[in-house]
Design a protein around this ligand. Structure first.
Ligand SMILES: [Fe+2]
Ligand SMILES: [Fe+2]
Length: 279
């Protein structure tokens, strides 16, 4: 098994929870969009939060995981997101940064969700060009994450893993493999998880996401609101034991909204359990 470490997403709103899970984690995953403030003209990351990240980085590794880049929007990705990332890049030493292979905006209008891309030659060229631009702008490793498929698939030129591999081959970017998202796609669409993992270039998977969600009207959603299912843990164990993988971080994703529902003690116990399994 690789030397993997556990991480947590942190939004700087729950210091008491952070204190409880602190012994069990080695990484903190920061989402620029969630820690930013809007002053009526622009979004920015407050200095107090920058200072807090700096203090935490003394003994936890920091990784950056955005949600607002919208790399797949036909009319371009979000400069506003990159401005936020610029402000972190200048002040914080993070290990790598990442985003989702999808889009959240159409013609500048927010969709309120994230949709997966048609896997065509045209999309491949567009995404590779943009990944190259981003990797040129920041001297840091950049990872793309698989998202769940909400709407039916568009006619494709590539299989899912083949498409990811092509992007990496052409740009040098790595991957976040969200294991729970694979399980959602399997539940919702009969997605072939085994085939995906067999085909994906595991030497590019630097980070794994584990989470739990909910089933609404028969549809499994990546709601990030629960403790991790056994199936997710088993699948993750299987992946990190496969030859050639380079997974460094297993991040347990939990939305801030889920904290009062689960309770801090239950969450701390979950990190402890996961630490016992993966660290
Ligand atoms: Fe994500
Ligand atoms: Fe994820």
């Amino acid at each position: 098994m690789q030397n993997t470490f556990l991480g947590a997403t942190y939004e700087f709103k729950n210091p008491s929870l952070l204190e409880k899970i602190y012994p069990y984690i080695n990484y903190l995953e920061i989402t620029p969009d969630s820690i930013s403030t809007f002053d009526g003209k622009r979004s920015y990351i407050p200095n107090e939060i920058i200072d807090e990240i700096k203090a935490l980085s003394a003994d936890k590794k920091i990784v950056v995981h955005g949600v607002g880049l919208s790399i797949g929007s036909f009319d371009g990705y979000s400069e506003e997101y990159l401005n936020l990332l610029d402000s972190l890049y200048d002040k914080i030493d993070f290990e790598w940064h990442s985003e989702h292979l999808g889009y959240t905006k159409v013609s500048g209008e927010s969709l309120g969700t994230m949709l997966s891309l048609p896997r065509t030659n045209e999309t491949l060229d567009m995404i590779c060009e943009r990944v190259n631009e981003i990797m040129k702008r920041y001297n840091k490793e950049f990872l793309l994450e698989n998202i769940i498929r909400i709407v039916p698939d568009y006619k494709s030129d590539f299989r899912e893993a083949e498409f990811m591999n092509k992007i990496s081959e052409s740009t040098g970017c790595g991957f976040i493999l969200d294991v729970y998202n694979l399980e959602c796609d399997n539940y919702n669409h009969g997605f072939d998880i085994e085939g995906y993992i067999d085909e994906l270039d595991l030497s590019k998977v630097k980070e794994i996401h584990i989470a739990n969600g909910s089933i609404e009207d028969g549809f499994m959603l990546d709601a990030h609101c629960g403790t991790v299912m056994d199936s997710t843990i088993e699948l993750t164990k299987k992946i990190i034991n496969l030859p050639g993988n380079c997974v460094k971080l297993i991040n347990y994703e939990l939305l801030d909204e889920a904290i009062p529902l689960l309770g801090e003690d239950v969450i701390a116990e979950e990190y402890k359990r996961l630490n016992g399994i993966f660290n």
